[in-house]
Design a protein around this ligand. Structure first.
Ligand code: NAD
Ligand code: IPM
Ligand code: MN
Length: 345
């Protein structure tokens, strides 16, 4: 039966990179005989403009009913002071679908090493996965804003920490067998619990080494010694910040994909970056983050590692051919980059 894929193109560069991702999806599907249907839905700013709601019920229902969801990006500065914002739709979608496990791989294609702002010897051997808790923490605690004071509540319970830890340890087991758990245990109560649960879960994984890092020193190590990491696991807010920091290693946000998983329902695949309003409509956005998100979907939702590999190899070959978008110092447009990748599939 054809797989149902819901697409949320969203705002800014979203539609431009979604188009690229869908072209690569179509070309790969044809190669391997994968049958699917696309259901494109309104989401984010575009849904606010059309329906007054960043996550219309029809979009949510389609997402819940799907086999996988592809999201490009949402958000625009025009909503900065608005009470209804595109980001609220994204947070609600993650919560409604129970997408607690956000997987953000950081791997540097050979040809990007020389483009990194960091020295080659620092970049050598970098290959880690950020496991970000995505449905808890300060993002989802109570928020109050008055004229003279404001408050954001950070909550975590043992169950929420245990399930994300298990994902991190299971992931490490298939790779370098090392988990770095990141917290602010010297100050925060939630972090004290975080560390306690990490130690507890580690007992079930004697083959995996657990190290604890405070988030401030982790931020420093990510730039001075990034190859020391294998799997990093951390709470929602720290994971948001550290994963954008990690994009400095390959030199751009434009090559960073992600997958978000729940316990039972459909998974969602999206670049880690936003709608890049500064370059929207110029046709120069790097589509690789979206294209690699499609690769992750093949592998993690449809168990088609071969399709994922075909896409990753094509991206690598395109870089080898010296084709880069502007964010990587090249001249290729979104369209040219996408066509080059398709011809290398
Ligand atoms: P951003 O990630 O959109 O952009 C940061 C910088 O990276 C910009 O200079 C941008 O041009 C560049 N960039 C990002 N993606 C790129 C790509 N594919 N190719 C080339 N360059 C790229 O962050 P921002 O500007 O802080 O946020 C813009 C909006 O996006 C905000 O409304 C924010 O809330 C939203 N946002 C959405 C998501 C999402 O949809 N998942 C993620 C992050 C931010
Ligand atoms: C991300 C984004 C989102 C987040 C925003 C848009 C709410 O920055 O996916 O990393 O903070 O989770
Ligand atoms: Mn972010």
């Amino acid at each position: 039966m054809a797989k149902k894929i819901v697409t949320l193109a969203g705002d800014g560069i979203g539609p431009e990179i979604m188009k690229a991702g869908l072209e690569v999806l179509a070309a790969t599907a044809e190669k391997i005989g994968f049958e699917y249907e696309i259901d494109a839905k309104n989401f984010g700013g575009v849904a606010i403009d059309k329906e007054g709601n960043p996550l219309p019920e029809d979009t949510l229902n389609a997402a819940k009913d799907s086999d996988a969801i592809l999201l490009a990006a949402i958000g625009h500065p025009k909503y900065n002071e608005a009470t209804v914002r595109p980001e609220q739709g994204l947070l609600r979608l993650r919560k409604e679908l129970g997408l607690f496990a956000n997987i953000r791989p950081v791997k540097i294609f050979n040809q990007l090493k020389k483009l990194s702002p960091l020295k080659p010897e620092i970049i050598e051997g970098v290959d880690f996965i950020m496991v970000r808790e995505l449905t808890g923490g300060i993002y989802f605690g109570e928020h109050t804003l008055d004229d003279d004071k404001a408050r954001d509540v950070n909550d975590y319970n043992v169950e929420e920490i245990t399930r994300i830890m298990k994902i991190a340890f299971e992931t490490a087991r298939t790779r370098g067998k090392k988990v770095t758990s990141v917290d602010k245990q010297n100050v925060l109560a939630t972090s004290k619990l975080w560390r306690r649960v990490a130690d507890q879960v580690a007992l079930d994984y004697p083959d995996v080494t657990l190290e604890h890092q405070l988030v401030d020193s982790c931020a420093m190590l990510m730039i001075t010694d990034p190859s020391r990491f294998d799997v990093i696991v951390t709470e929602n807010l720290f994971g948001d910040i550290l994963s954008d920091e990690a994009s400095v290693l390959p030199g751009t946000l434009g090559v960073m994909p992600s997958a978000s998983h729940s316990e039972t329902g459909p998974s969602m695949y999206e670049p880690i970056h936003g709608s890049a309003p500064d370059i929207a409509g110029l046709g120069i956005a790097n589509p690789v983050s979206m294209i690699l998100s499609v690769a992750m979907m093949f592998k993690e939702s449809f168990n088609l590692s071969e399709a994922a590999q075909i896409i990753e190899n094509a991206v690598e070959k395109t870089f080898e051919n010296g084709i880069f978008t502007k964010d990587l110092g090249g001249q290729a447009t979104t369209k040219e980059m996408t066509q080059a990748i398709i011809s290398n599939l």
